[in-house]
Design a protein. Structure first.
Length: 187
């Protein structure tokens, strides 16, 4: 599963692993998030192919296809401002002994109300992997996914490996959301 590999890689490479408190079987681990907001101006619209061309604040021009799920696409006009807020977060925690590996995914799209189109799309993937090997010298960790694939990663801080043992289960939850707001020219 490609998505599983991406989620595991992002978690381990970006954040390392969460240390486990000795007295508790499952402790909340590392959490991190980032938010990027950009405003662009609609430069061109290809209604037949549902392609929108926008110009960003640095002058860069990008074209992209707008999903059929966006029902109010015909209301977007050249000159409109589009504000996009992209949020990405990750949470890592050790699981109780005996937790099974696996992947769950959820996603959704919702439309907002208003004079111009608005909406939000979000997805969340949770991957539970088993620790197959730990190298505190490198420092690195090898994990195994539910489909039996092994992935080895460098860990940012060796302290994050304290209390982690071979056979432990680690839950990695990756969430991303995109909120779009279209306003008239000059707003």
């Amino acid at each position: 599963m490609k998505r599983t590999s991406v989620v595991v890689a992002v978690a381990v490479l970006a954040l390392g692993l969460a240390p486990r408190a000795k007295a508790q079987p499952a402790v909340e681990g590392i959490k991190d998030s980032s938010v990027t907001t950009i405003t662009a101006t609609v430069e061109a619209i290809d209604s037949a192919h549902r392609v929108l061309t926008v110009k960003g604040p640095q002058g860069n021009v990008v074209s992209f296809r707008v999903s059929d799920e966006v029902k109010r696409f015909p209301e977007i006009k050249v000159g409109d401002k589009i504000s996009a807020k992209y949020t990405e977060s990750i949470a890592i925690k050790l699981q109780k002994p005996g937790t099974q590996t696996g992947t769950t995914e959820a996603s959704g799209i919702s439309a907002g109300a208003g004079a111009k189109p608005t909406g939000m799309a979000a997805s969340q993937t949770t991957v539970i992997v088993k620790v197959a090997a730990i190298d505190k010298v490198a420092p690195s960790i090898t994990v195994t996914t539910a489909d039996g694939n092994s992935h080895s990663f460098r860990v940012k801080d060796v302290k994050n490996l304290e209390g982690v043992q071979v056979g432990d289960a680690i839950s990695v939850t990756y969430t991303e959301a995109l909120a779009i707001d279209v306003t008239g020219p000059g707003k």
